[in-house]
Design a protein around this ligand. Structure first.
Ligand code: ZN
Ligand code: ZN
Length: 168
């Protein structure tokens, strides 16, 4: 499966957040956990997944492109906390239990209550609203993703103007 290309600046922002939070954890826990691997192959409606045994975080490229920094600020610490909890407490703790909340709030300094609030809305809907100068349009997820990646442009067949993503 072809993976969505993420602009380098966005990848750097992801790694910056990751390293900052990891450094905080290593300092407070007095450990030196290595940097997790990050890839952008998460599909569907999940924002991300932490692969505990593999020390890997998989992020959703579509949601990252759409939500940018708010996505990073929320999802990177969330998934990193899963890895840290696994390493620190072992495999037999609840995914979002008290150890995870403690890791989020006391160690990473992030609220544990705001978790992936944006994740479902955009990826679950089958179409995206676009505007030209004469009417409303609906683009498929596939076309919308092409527009977001700047791989395609679409025009209204009536007024001939470029369709613009309607961000509400
Ligand atoms: Zn989680
Ligand atoms: Zn039109």
């Amino acid at each position: 499966m072809k993976s969505t290309r993420i602009p380098i600046a966005l990848q750097q922002a992801v790694m910056r957040c990751m390293r900052e939070k990891l450094a905080l954890a290593n300092e407070k826990l007095k450990v030196s956990y290595p940097e997790p691997e990050v890839n952008y192959q998460q599909r569907g409606t999940s924002a991300g997944t932490a692969y505990l045994q593999h020390w890997l975080i998989r992020l959703n490229p579509v949601l990252l492109l759409e939500n940018q920094q708010p996505f990073i600020d929320e999802v990177v610490p969330h998934e990193l906390a899963h890895l840290l909890v696994f390493r620190h407490f072992g495999p037999s703790v609840a995914p979002h239990g008290k150890e995870w909340r403690w890791m989020m709030e006391s160690i990473l300094g992030v609220s544990a209550s705001r978790t992936h609030q944006f994740k479902v809305a955009s990826v679950q809907s089958k179409t995206y609203p676009y505007l030209c100068q004469c009417r409303d349009h609906q683009l498929t997820v596939r076309r919308h993703n092409k527009v977001m990646r700047k791989e395609a442009e679409y025009r209204c067949c009536h007024c001939k103007t470029l369709l613009r993503f309607k961000t509400s």
